[in-house]
Design a protein around this ligand. Structure first.
Ligand code: 13P
Length: 240
């Protein structure tokens, strides 16, 4: 199971102190060989975080990247090979917060292709808005996001798909078990070689319900991942 911490735009150098608890827990956790922890902090923390995690099995990823492979005049942007050079092994692409800010399926596809060239693994986010859910077009939206986002990408082994319904992010709401199970299976059928994660308001209370859903390969965790106690609790309860 994957436990991916998306810190979003939270955290300074002092936030790295919170990793000690997680490192200590994970070292002695009896089921640690079944779990993969990946931290995706703000880019400013990638390098210091990889140093902190050097002697552990915990890995580091970035939260976004530019679609161009080479350097260029793109103020504020970072390309995948730059992320790689500071220790990132993964990159989140297509997060709904970036889609909402104008990132299109086409740009997402370019970003994924470039990141794969730089040998990063991809955490590819898809998900429907509340309005799309109400219109009952969730599957249509997910199909389009996958088709366009992964267009002309043959080898999907390095692609982890994270299903994050937009309406569940940061709201405390999660999909009903039967609905989530149906959607995870729907995505899995079309992407047999990819791991499928769930993201959106995952916490230590709802994890018992979420972990029992068939075919879920892990979780992409926002808010709760910033608190080491909550994050550890989620991992522990997944294996209870
Ligand atoms: P929350 O867990 O805070 O709802 O965020 C989910 C998310 O967006 C992870 O990428």
């Amino acid at each position: 199971m994957y436990f991916i911490a998306n810190w979003k735009m939270f955290g300074g150098l002092n936030s790295l102190n919170s990793l000690h608890k997680v490192i200590k827990f994970f070292k002695t956790f009896k089921k640690n060989r079944f779990a993969k922890i990946i931290y995706c902090p703000p880019s400013t923390l990638i390098r210091p975080m990889t140093k902190k995690l050097k002697l552990t099995s915990i890995e580091v990823g970035a939260q976004n990247c530019h679609e161009q492979e080479s350097y260029g005049a793109f103020t504020g942007s970072i390309n995948p090979s730059m992320l790689k050079s500071v220790g990132a092994k993964y990159v989140i692409i297509g997060h709904s917060e970036n889609r909402a800010a104008g990132e299109t399926n086409k740009i997402i596809n370019l970003k994924i292709k470039t990141a794969l060239k730089s040998n990063l693994s991809i955490i590819f986010c898809i998900g429907e808005t509340l309005n799309e859910k109400r219109k009952k077009i969730t599957k249509k939206i997910l199909t389009k996001q996958i088709q366009l986002g992964l267009s002309k990408i043959r080898d999907k082994k390095k692609i982890i798909i994270a299903y994050e319904p937009v309406w569940s992010i940061g709201t405390g709401l999660i999909p009903k078990s039967n609905e989530l199970s149906e959607i995870i299976n729907f995505i899995k059928k079309k992407n047999r070689n990819s791991k499928i994660l769930y993201g959106g308001s995952v916490n230590s209370k709802n994890i018992s319900e979420l972990k029992s859903i068939n075919n879920i390969d892990g979780f992409l965790i926002g808010g709760a991942s910033q608190d080491p106690k909550k994050f550890i609790d989620i991992i522990k309860k997944t294996y209870n």
